[in-house]
Design a protein around this ligand. Structure first.
Ligand code: COA
Length: 211
């Protein structure tokens, strides 16, 4: 959050924001955790819609914070009763990553822009500023990533990559989804850079966009 330390109203707002953030990311630990992956720097757990109220309340709190951070109105979940939420819990018991996934039937392929193929800073700058376009032809897809978020100070540590890998092996019982069966909801510039690398192509699938 940007604020001017010399302005009392700004300071008060910042304090409130900070308190809310700290309380949202605090993870006390639950008796029954669905652990999908354990790593030297933390673990990934999954929360399902039928889980106890305290788990769902925490997910709701995190989702609100993620939506505020993304800074624009996110599309409603298509079927909340089938949503899967993955949380990355750091070794110091903070929720530093969140991925919300839903069942979808189709996605649309992003139309490639040649500039992103160079990995220079200029190409990344260009990618950040450009709007993306996608094909009008639907392609079958199974899993939609509605939101993916990592705490700003923990980015570029493969947290989103690990959550996406865990998602692919746990979204459909007994199946390991290919990257081509996953689509990203209206990706932000960060999301697009991540998805391009994760899927190994700038022509990854998207859904939920405003046409
Ligand atoms: N700029 C350039 N490349 C990026 C990038 C960025 N901001 N974020 C990810 N990548 C690419 C890199 O190639 C990276 O590999 P590298 O670090 O070895 O170069 C690769 O994707 C894997 O990134 P990873 O570390 O797994 O991603 P992350 O944990 O930092 O999380 C986001 C990525 C998008 C979730 C995170 O930046 C974020 O929370 N952003 C704000 C919320 C947001 O916009 N979410 C997307 C909604 S669609």
């Amino acid at each position: 959050m940007f604020y001017a330390a010399s302005i009392p109203e700004d300071e008060a707002q910042h304090f409130k924001f900070h308190k809310h953030f700290i309380s949202a990311v605090k993870y006390v630990g639950w008796k029954k955790e669905r652990i999908l992956g354990e790593y030297p720097d933390g673990k990934i757990i999954m929360v399902l819609p039928d889980d106890p109220k305290y788990a769902l309340k925490k997910v709701e709190e995190i989702r609100e914070m993620v939506d505020n951070d993304l800074g624009f109105q996110q599309a409603e979940l298509k079927c909340p009763s089938r949503t899967k939420t993955l949380l990355f819990i750091s070794s110091d018991r903070k929720i530093v990553g969140c991925l919300i996934a839903e069942h979808i039937q189709q996605g649309f392929r992003v139309i490639e822009d040649k500039a992103i193929q160079q990995s220079s800073n200029d190409a990344i700058m260009h990618e950040r500023q450009r709007a993306w376009c996608c094909s009008k032809n639907p392609e079958p897809a199974i899993c939609g990533i509605s939101r993916v978020w990592v705490f700003s100070m923990m980015r570029r540590k493969a947290i989103a990559t690990r959550m996406s890998d865990c998602l692919r092996s746990n979204f459909v019982y007994g199946a390991y989804l290919s990257k081509d069966e996953v689509a990203f909801s209206d990706p932000t510039p960060d999301g697009k850079l991540f998805a391009t690398r994760y899927c190994g192509t700038p022509r990854f699938l998207v859904y939920n966009f405003v046409s």
